[in-house]
Design a protein around this ligand. Structure first.
Ligand code: IFM
Length: 444
């Protein structure tokens, strides 16, 4: 727990994840992850792209950190590739992996950039998938072992840890819909995988607390603003069920020690459930909000009993997602009210738009600037209303490998030319830098 007396600054940062930026998949002893396997399987990724090279951050991190500092970021959210540390997921430790992250973290600190380290951003070592992946309860224990090592190694300099990134997306995209690694498709897997991920979180938190003095830790939840399609009773009930499935399946066990009542029937009742829930509910310092989506939901007969409708507006990002800034403020206020006693970080917020690099090396992205301004304004309003928001991280620092969509959607405030690997600061990056440098005053 953070017991230091001096108040923290507001964290203005940007976020990335290991598989999306690092590349160097065969270097310095890194083991294979489920994303290597999934991306190298025909038909899984747009245009057959992979993260083999990604943004080559593994080799270019020094320049990237310098650029973050030039953009006045005071914080940076990054993730660790588990298979660089344990190539087989467990067992023999790969010191070269630790060395890489040590150098990166020292580089960030030398530039006065506070690292926020995510331990799991979806790149499970393939060897553990071969043993059942998150369907295997032991994976929770292996995750805790890995978290134990990482927090021992980094905890003298890193205080902010995020155990899991978006557990619901790992569950749904990876194990129900199959659009993400490991590509499984079974609704019955949802609560099994969630249970093991959250058990892993709880065990990892215990290790982290033992290893890191003055730690500040939490989860980055994927949270959507959800509204019923109509005011009919069955749509209202379906929206509550959708909210239980999409938002609260990860929130409630970790913050209240129970699965939401609407989906309790999907959870296997066995003699370890009560103990597992106790472990999942570890005291957390902050709740991370990754916010991108606004869903209208209506009732549906078939499982899971609700249906998410297509967006009702034409103003969509390149991902086909509605820009709905007021949803961020609504969610923040709801989280502050329903789960009091935690700081709140917007651990991801941002948008993909089809950017064009001009011949003079500029990228004019007014829609992204507008998106960011509106979302920051919405967050600031929630803060002014009393919500304890302490940081905002743009997704993403630079254009990178957007999972099944490959390199097509560009989320960065820095443009990546994937053929030369040169970086170009977009207008949105310049705007963010100026906004921070001028004191980050409330936006309208
Ligand atoms: O790129 C992802 C990130 O890895 C997790 N949150 C959503 C982003 C945009 O899809």
């Amino acid at each position: 727990m953070d017991t230091s007396a001096s108040p923290s600054p507001f964290f203005w940062g940007a976020a990335t994840a290991s598989y999306q930026i690092e590349g160097a998949v065969n270097e310095d002893g890194r083991g294979v992850s489920i994303w290597d396997t999934f991306a190298h399987t025909d038909g899984n990724i747009y245009a057959g792209e992979t993260g083999d090279i990604a943004t080559d951050h593994y080799h270019r991190w020094r320049d990237d950190v310098r650029l973050m500092s030039e953009l006045h970021l005071n914080s940076y959210r990054m993730s660790i590739a588990w298979s660089r540390i344990f190539p087989e997921g467990r067992g023999a430790l790969n010191q070269a992996g630790i060395d890489f992250y040590n150098r990166l973290i020292d580089g960030l600190i030398a530039h006065n950039i506070t690292p926020f380290v995510t331990l799991y951003h979806w790149d499970l070592p393939q060897a553990l998938q071969n043993a059942g992946g998150w369907l295997n309860r032991d994976t929770a224990k292996w995750f805790a072992d890995y978290a134990n090592v990482m927090t021992q190694k980094l905890g003298d300099r890193v205080k902010h840890f995020i155990t899991l990134n978006e557990p619901f997306i790992a569950v749904y995209n990876g194990h129900v819909e199959g659009s993400h690694a490991p590509g499984l498709k079974n609704l019955n897997y949802a609560t099994v995988v969630m249970r093991h991920l959250l058990l892993g979180h709880g065990l990892a938190m215990q290790a982290l607390r033992a290893n890191v003095a003055n730690s500040s830790a939490g989860i980055a939840y994927s949270l959507a603003q959800i509204d019923p399609d109509t005011d009919k009773d069955d749509d209202i009930a379906a929206a509550a069920l959708g909210d239980a499935f999409i938002n609260r399946m990860a929130l409630e066990p970790t913050l209240r020690g129970e699965f939401p009542k609407e989906i309790a029937h999907m959870v296997q009742e066995d003699n370890t459930l009560a103990d597992d829930l106790r472990v999942m509910r570890q005291p957390m310092d902050f709740i991370g909000v990754n916010y991108y989506r606004h869903y209208f939901i209506r009732a549906k007969q078939e499982m899971p009993g609700f249906e998410v409708l297509p967006p009702k507006t034409k103003d969509l990002t390149e991902m086909g997602w509605e820009s709905y800034p007021q949803g961020l403020g609504q969610l923040i206020q709801r989280i502050a009210k329903d789960y009091p006693g935690h700081d709140i970080y917007v651990t991801e917020s941002g948008a993909a738009y089809p950017d064009v690099l001009t011949e003079t090396g500029e990228v004019h992205d007014p829609r992204r600037i507008e998106y960011l301004q509106e979302h920051i304004a919405s967050m600031q309003k929630a803060q002014a209303a009393g919500a304890p928001v302490k940081g905002y991280f743009i997704w993403s620092f630079m254009d990178n490998f957007e999972w099944a969509c490959g390199f097509k959607p560009r989320f960065g405030i820095v443009y990546t030319d994937f053929s030369s690997q040169r970086r170009y600061v977009k207008d949105s990056g310049k705007w963010y830098a100026e906004f921070i440098a001028n004191g980050a005053h409330p936006l309208k």
